[in-house]
Ligand binder design. Structure first.
Ligand SMILES: [Zn+2]
Length: 330
């Protein structure tokens, strides 16, 4: 809990400023007939909202709200409603990604009170803070990327659960990427909302790829054009392991939800008319199709580590197939 606003450092923070913008939560709930959020670390409770806390003062919250409104109207809603986006953008884009990353770094520190934030992450955070205060994308030293996500219809690359992860989950992670040789590392911040994900990296990721071309279309610069069909999933390469792990975790989580709650969800779902047309149901069908591929195919390829194959065997409590899961782990 901050004593003063984490952005300006002057005014007292208001009670509940959002780490994940409100429009993300609203859209998640709207597409789900149960209208319920589950957090992966508290499966026996329901939540009405995403991560929030006393972070920002009213005027800084309003500053971020403007960026959120821009992103929601220009990027999020158009892409989610049509599956396509072509956008010519200016400063707002980079500032929005920065605002998300900046808040997320505070959340990490809050959730891990006994662990000091790594000094490089602290510098990243401070640079984001001053750049956001002066609304200057040019002074942000880290590198921002966004990649859009699309439905997965075969099990070649990801296990079942991937569609739920792509379209019904919010996630975040900070990890260090180690380069050997020479012995060196840098930090990558990963943030995922339904339909897309962001990466903020201490270093320019292109430099570390044999073929950087697929990444270029994901880069969020000062100004530019971003088009969803031009992205050949170059950014996914950096976080593919997270995608796989979370997909499997989703399945494992379903099996951990207490039986009583499963019964309750079932009952509520059975009374909802027209749930089949909801987005969450469509996502659920996509994953169930992957499940049957997984079961009928001669056991999936060696590309999946052994533990993934084992976990998928536990699959899926279908009655609660479309509850939402929000992850948080450092
Ligand atoms: Zn403030």
């Amino acid at each position: 809990m901050a004593a003063t606003c984490i952005l300006c450092g002057i005014n007292p923070p208001i009670d509940n400023s959002h780490v994940v913008p409100k429009f993300v939560i609203r859209r998640l709930k709207d597409g789900n007939p149960l209208q319920t959020l589950l957090h992966s670390d508290a499966l026996n409770q329901s939540f009405q909202d995403g991560w929030k806390g006393a972070y920002l003062c009213l005027s800084c919250e309003q500053r971020f709200s403007k960026l959120e409104a821009w992103f929601c109207n220009k990027v999020y809603d158009p892409f989610l409603s049509s599956g396509y986006l072509k956008l010519t953008y200016g400063d707002e884009f980079g500032l929005f990604v920065a605002s998300l990353a900046f808040r997320y770094l505070h959340l990490i520190a809050d959730k891990n009170p006994t662990k000091q934030l790594d000094s490089n992450l602290k510098s990243m955070q401070e640079n984001l803070r001053t750049s956001l205060l002066s609304s200057s994308v040019a002074s942000i030293t880290s590198f921002s990327y966004l990649e859009f996500l699309f439905p997965i219809t075969t099990i070649e690359r990801f296990p079942p659960g991937i569609n739920t992860y792509f379209f019904e989950a919010i996630d975040g992670s900070a990890f260090d990427y180690i380069i050997v040789p020479p012995s060196d590392k840098f930090w990558i911040l990963y943030l995922k909302i339904p339909g897309m994900f962001f990466v903020l990296s201490e270093r320019e990721l292109e430099t570390y790829m044999r073929n950087p071309t697929p990444l270029l279309a994901s880069r969020v610069g000062n100004t530019g054009v971003m088009e969803s069909i031009n992205q050949p999933a170059g950014l996914s390469l950096w976080v593919e392991d997270i995608f796989k792990r979370r997909s499997v975790e989703i399945q494992a989580n379903y099996s951990k939800v207490p039986l009583k709650r499963v019964e309750k969800f079932k009952l509520r779902l059975s009374k909802i008319v027209g749930k089949e047309s909801s987005r969450a149901h469509q996502t659920y069908l996509l994953d169930m199709a992957l499940v049957s591929q997984w079961e009928t195919a001669s056991r999936p390829s060696v590309r999946f580590p052994f533990w993934i194959k084992i976990m998928v065997g536990l699959l899926l409590v279908s009655a609660i197939g479309y509850i939402l899961l929000i992850f948080h782990r450092r």
